[in-house]
Design a protein around this ligand. Structure first.
Ligand SMILES: Nc1ncnc2c1ncn2[C@@H]1O[C@H](COP(=O)(O)OP(=O)(O)O)[C@@H](O)[C@H]1O
Ligand SMILES: [Mg+2]
Length: 292
């Protein structure tokens, strides 16, 4: 019987990623996988008659053999796993990595360099409880794409950012040594598949979606060691591990993208990341490694 999978997106994200979704469906077909593209909004989940349940269009369904979750909802990832449906990425990866505070907390003390980081709110900083001198960077715990990241140089700028964020949970950090530059390392399971250096001359934020540049990057031995230390802490499917640079050009851990975009990898390499990901999933399913 054919392996059956679901590829789940929410509507807005799906619109922007049509080509990527088509690519998934095409490669799945080549590999003999029946992969269905499903919007999260068609799914309900919870408990029925004391049992965990997932409904599609309000109907009960045959469970898929695996799910590729390209939406951020760790509670759903956990529901799948509790129903013994392997989910990529796992609920643990989704829960930790979609929260910048949790990610820093989880990786601290494990020999991975990262900036001094505080978990706070703009309210708290404005009332004078500021563990860092100006200038510093603040960002919401759950922000993506650079939209909720601010450089704050003085009280006036803090007040302006406070208007935006007030009581939202944020992290605060000093400015990294080399602003406007960061490194994304694409990881599949325990393997590093590629690395992309992203830079922006016009902003301290290197996000590609904000108009940054991207180029292929070869990791040094020392950098490989750092990435491998992070890989050891998780059971990843496909993720992007992002780093800032200190003033000596050394890696500082920044964040892990659970629902990682692959555009920069595609334009800087010939790696067929989608095929590799599906093959990785088939391999995991065949060895029954998904629930160890
Ligand atoms: N502490 C910092 N110092 C300097 N630049 C930073 C710092 N934090 C983030 N940046 C820059 O801002 C960009 C976006 O921040 P990031 O933490 O990656 O949030 P997002 O999840 O929105 O991408 C980073 O890629 C980096 O270029
Ligand atoms: Mg980022």
């Amino acid at each position: 019987m054919k392996t059956k999978g679901w590829l789940i997106y929410e509507e807005k994200h799906a619109e922007k990623n049509k080509a990527f979704i088509e690519w998934f469906l095409g490669e799945a077909n080549e590999l003999g996988i029946k992969l269905d593209f499903i919007l999260q909004s068609r799914i309900s989940f919870g408990i029925q008659n004391n049992e965990l349940v997932i409904l599609l269009d309000q109907e009960s369904i045959d469970s898929p053999d695996f799910v590729i979750m390209r939406n951020i909802d760790p509670l759903f990832n956990e529901q799948l796993e509790r129903m013994r449906i392997p989910c990529f990425n796992s609920h643990h990866v989704s829960l930790i990595c979609n929260d910048k505070a949790r990610t820093h907390q989880y990786l601290a003390g494990k020999g991975i360099s990262m900036l001094e980081t505080y978990f706070t709110t703009a309210d708290e900083l404005l009332t004078g409880n500021r563990p860092l001198p100006f200038p510093f960077v603040i960002k919401t715990r759950t922000g993506r794409g650079g939209g909720d990241v601010y450089k704050v140089e003085d009280l006036q700028q803090l007040e302006a950012v406070h208007d935006q964020l007030s009581t939202r949970s944020i992290i605060a950090q000093p400015l990294a040594g080399i602003p406007g530059k960061d490194l994304r390392v694409y990881v599949l399971g325990r393997e590093i598949v590629g690395a992309v250096l992203r830079s922006n001359q016009k902003s301290f934020k290197a996000n590609f979606t904000l108009g940054g540049q991207a180029e292929a990057y070869s990791l040094t031995e020392e950098e490989l060691n750092v990435v491998n230390k992070i890989i050891e802490q998780f059971d990843f499917g496909l993720v992007g591990i992002d780093f800032l640079f200190d003033e000596d050009g050394r890696l500082l851990f920044n964040e892990i993208e659970d629902v990682v975009g692959c555009r920069t990898l595609c334009i800087t390499s010939n790696i067929n990341i989608v095929k590799l990901y599906l093959e990785f999933i088939l391999q995991k399913l065949s060895t029954g490694e998904t629930f160890t």
